[in-house]
Design a protein around this ligand. Sequence first.
Ligand code: DGL
Length: 269
Amino acid sequence: MDNRSIGVFDSGLGGLTAVKQIMKLLPNESIIYFGDTGRVPYGTRSKETILKYTHSDINFLLSHDVKIIVIACGTASSAALPHIKREFDVPIVGVVDAAGYEAVRVTKNKRIGIIGTTATINSGAYQKYINEYDSEIKTFEQACPLFVPLVENGHFDTKVTELVIDEYLRDIRAADVDTLIMGCTHYPLLKNAISRYMGDGVQLISPGEEVAKYLIKKLGGNLRHSPAAEQDRYHYYVSDSIESFEELGSIFLETKINGQVSKVDIEKY
Ligand code: DGL
């Protein structure tokens, strides 16, 4: 048993798709979420910068004595996690292992599509993870840099979104994949439009949902022994405007932001 909080971070808002699932699956747990809204996006940055940001995000969560850290960001999980895992004593879980594991489990024809930010796709992390499990699986990757701004501007299922989806996913659809990893935590908000484009035969894997299931496995018996008090349950920290986080965050969480939001100077960590 462990009554400490679960720490979760993302470059901004996308990680709330993981928080939503964690709240659902582990309702007694308390969560400390950090959204690096002042430094988003991570997906267009160099590996060195992503490593530096990931270090400070983890140090910030550790200053709150969390029992485990969830990297709810496809970019930080793929570009930084393999390099920093051994530097910290706290267990750290990322979306790559979680979503990669599920994709390997569900594919029947051994053809998996992977989409993500430019940094995620350049890292080759999903492909590497999948092929370590099963070297016969063929993967088809595509960076989709316009998806994050589409989501952040509310274009979940509009004509513009359909055009961009066609541009990015045409080759992956033609490759006859039966599974598609939405390798960035923003992308589940485009799920309806992506699913319609790819067709019924293609299973979409959502990193937020998978990392929540993975977290349960990793926590083992280290759950709270009683529910956290309502006012202590959810704390959100951001590195930019609290107001815009509360406004946009409720779309990702699919409910009103249900906890206290504070601003943090992340450069200090
Ligand atoms: N949520 C981030 C991810 O999963 C995408 C946004 C960014 O580029 O920072 O990769």
